[in-house]
Write a protein that binds this ligand. Structure first.
Ligand SMILES: NC(=O)c1ccc[n+]([C@@H]2O[C@H](COP(=O)([O-])OP(=O)(O)OC[C@H]3O[C@@H](n4cnc5c(N)ncnc54)[C@H](OP(=O)(O)O)[C@@H]3O)[C@@H](O)[C@H]2O)c1
Length: 216
């Protein structure tokens, strides 16, 4: 797949690197320095390169949106026409000092994003785990028991693309349903962040759902 990274910070840099190492063609874009993007592309080793958001969006099978909520409009403007594109968003609708959601309960960041780009196909994924755990999950990919990762969206083919990217990182994808379920996954992330950053166990934290009582 060709994957464009819109926002090459904590989340975008790591996920882009992992996807390049998993064999995808990755374009890193949107950081404050061009040198940072080039270094990321060099160090990712696989088929990775640095570019503008418009380069990242061109012919991409999937785009990862990984910017602070306050930067969403700017990066979308730079990316240009996103008609038909699959946008996998991990961006949470956080306030300026990252202490609370500015959209919740009656809508979600993912739904607000889908309204901004009505011709794109938005999937919410990866926003429920801290960036610090991503390389660990990738390294443990061959182990029998994988951590879960919830995702949701309204377009089935876009969700299939997201599911492949989720598996490539090393998670078990958990289809949570339509995009409006992001109203629940986004606040869930604040719980994960609390455990990751305020607890004693450190931020390399993922979660796993277990089912009991299933017949057969
Ligand atoms: N970090 C996590 O563990 C985590 C977990 C779940 C969800 N999220 C969500 O994922 C999204 C991304 O988070 P993150 O932690 O990866 O953010 P981040 O590290 O701040 O990355 C954002 C990227 O945007 C770039 N950027 C910011 N302002 C810019 C500007 N004016 N011009 C060009 N580039 C600019 C940054 O450039 P520089 O590289 O130069 O700084 C960086 O590459 C957020 O919405 C966050 O809520 C984060």
């Amino acid at each position: 797949m060709r994957v464009g990274i819109l926002g090459s910070g904590l989340m975008g840099a790591k996920l882009g690197t992992i996807w390049a190492r998993a064999g995808h063609e990755v374009v890193f874009s949107y950081a404050r320095s061009e040198q940072k993007l080039e270094k990321l592309a060099r160090e990712a080793k696989g088929k990775a390169r640095a570019g503008t958001p418009a380069d990242a969006a061109r012919e991409a099978n999937a785009l990862l949106l990984a910017v602070h909520w306050s930067r969403v409009d700017d990066v979308l403007k730079q990316a240009g026409d996103l008609s038909g594109r699959v946008i996998v968003t991990c961006s949470l609708p956080m306030n300026a000092d990252d202490t609370d959601l500015v959209i919740a309960h009656t809508s979600s960041g993912a739904e607000a994003l889908a309204k901004k780009v009505p011709k794109a196909r938005v999937v919410s994924a990866f926003g429920t785990v801290p960036s610090e755990v991503l390389f660990g999950v990738f390294a443990a990919k061959r182990k029998a028991s994988r951590p879960s990762l919830v995702y949701c969206g309204d377009n089935e083919s876009a969700k299939a693309v997201a599911a492949e990217l989720i598996r490539d990182v090393g998670f078990d994808q958990v289809d949570a349903g339509p995009l409006r379920i992001a109203r629940y996954t986004e606040p869930f992330t604040l719980l994960i962040a609390r455990l990751a950053y305020e607890g004693d166990g450190g931020p390399e934290l993922a979660y796993r759902f277990e089912r009991f009582g299933r017949k057969g």
